[in-house]
Design a protein around this ligand. Structure first.
Ligand code: SAM
Ligand code: SF4
Length: 330
């Protein structure tokens, strides 16, 4: 996606470090139809109480206020966004907001073959699909029961209906998928699909095993020396992009651990219980749900709070957040 500087400059959301915020990620549910080992425990999940989950109308209102303040790109995530009832109508409503130029979704892809067409018709532009292995048995193992075949069907359907360019998100896990890096990169040769390798972050389930299984994303370039660096047009993108000569798709590296991209961070997050997070790696949350229920002026609260967006994250010192990744949405 090309980041148009003029659009960003329109945003009123300016923090104390001069960063203009124009990108909102909304986690619409903490529920999921998978149990990826690094993300969710198999059992004993502390679900949000039903009353704490924002209704779609409440989410739409807060998102609407943020769009009026200058958010022009929204990504819907979860948990698994496609298990949230009414997800298509949420996309439809959001896509009608004036000023929004991009609406995308991050999904595990299991239900995509069922929803892709409706989502496209509702105004969704693109999907990122999380896929950590191309081997059906390994997929079943890492997701604790998922079907790779369903995800592959979802990808095909998303391509067919035009929810592209499709990006695959692959979390690098030492001893699990480092032997598949070449295979993932090969996918980009004949398919207009970008594969993005993401460093495992020490959050939630992964906080215990990240050190032992962590692989820096630059190991991809070391493994595949033919990859050529592409200059990114979007300075706020956390991915560094590469391409094999003549390949249709790109290879992205997302390095939250080995290389911080805080300086150009343009994003904020809204959780399904209505908390605004100014930084993924900070526990500080602003309770917009409560403010909304009290009838407070949401826009002035946001304008005041945005200034306090943390300068950067500090994972090196073991400062890990308490909220699980499936309650934030990545
Ligand atoms: N369920 C959807 C999915 O899997 O795409 C959306 C939510 S999921 C929390 C969003 C992304 O976070 C996924 O790509 C997942 O692989 C990634 N993720 C979860 N835990 C992670 C961790 N500890 N480190 C890096 N990425 C993680
Ligand atoms: Fe569910 Fe996505 Fe977490 Fe996997 S990564 S358990 S699909 S929320």
């Amino acid at each position: 996606m090309i980041c148009e500087k003029n659009d960003i400059e329109k945003s009123l959301l300016l923090d104390d470090y001069g960063r203009r915020i124009n990108y909102l990620r909304i986690s619409v549910t903490d529920l999921c139809n998978l149990r990826c080992m690094y993300c969710m425990p198999q059992e004993g999940i502390q679900k949000l109480a039903h009353n704490d989950i924002m209704t779609l109308e409440e989410l739409e209102d807060i998102a609407g206020a943020l769009v009026e303040l200058g958010i022009d790109k929204i990504r819907i995530t979860g948990g698994e966004p496609l298990v949230r009832k009414g997800i298509v109508s949420l996309v439809k409503k959001l896509s009608q907001y004036d000023g929004l130029r991009d609406i995308a979704m991050t999904t595990n892809g299991l239900l995509l073959s069922q929803y892709a067409k409706e989502l496209k018709a509702a105004g969704l532009k693109r999907v990122n699909i999380s896929l950590d292995t191309l081997n059906p048995e390994k997929y079943e193992k890492i997701t604790r029961g998922g079907s790779l075949e369903s995800v592959l069907e979802g990808i095909k359907e998303a391509q067919r209906v035009g929810l592209g360019p499709i990006k695959l998100n692959t979390v690098l896990i030492g001893g699990f998928n480092d032997d598949e890096i070449e295979k993932f990169v090969e996918l980009t040769v004949d398919n207009k699909i970008d594969v993005r390798f993401i460093e495992l972050m020490p959050i939630g389930q992964a906080s215990d095993w990240s050190l032992e299984k962590f692989i820096p994303s630059n190991s991809v370039v070391r493994k595949i020396p033919g990859l050529e660096r592409i200059e990114s047009e979007d300075i706020s993108s956390p991915a560094e992009y590469y391409r094999l000569p003549g390949a249709l798709g790109k290879v992205g590296l997302i390095n939250p651990i080995t290389c911080k991209f805080c300086e150009n961070c343009n994003r904020i997050r809204l959780t399904s219980d209505g908390k605004l997070k100014l930084c993924l790696h900070s526990d500080r949350e602003i309770d917009l749900a409560e403010s909304q229920r009290r009838g407070d002026d949401i826009k002035s609260i946001i304008l005041k709070e945005i200034k306090n967006k943390p300068k950067e994250h500090n994972l090196e010192d073991g400062e890990y957040i308490k909220r699980d990744m499936f309650k934030i949405g990545g």
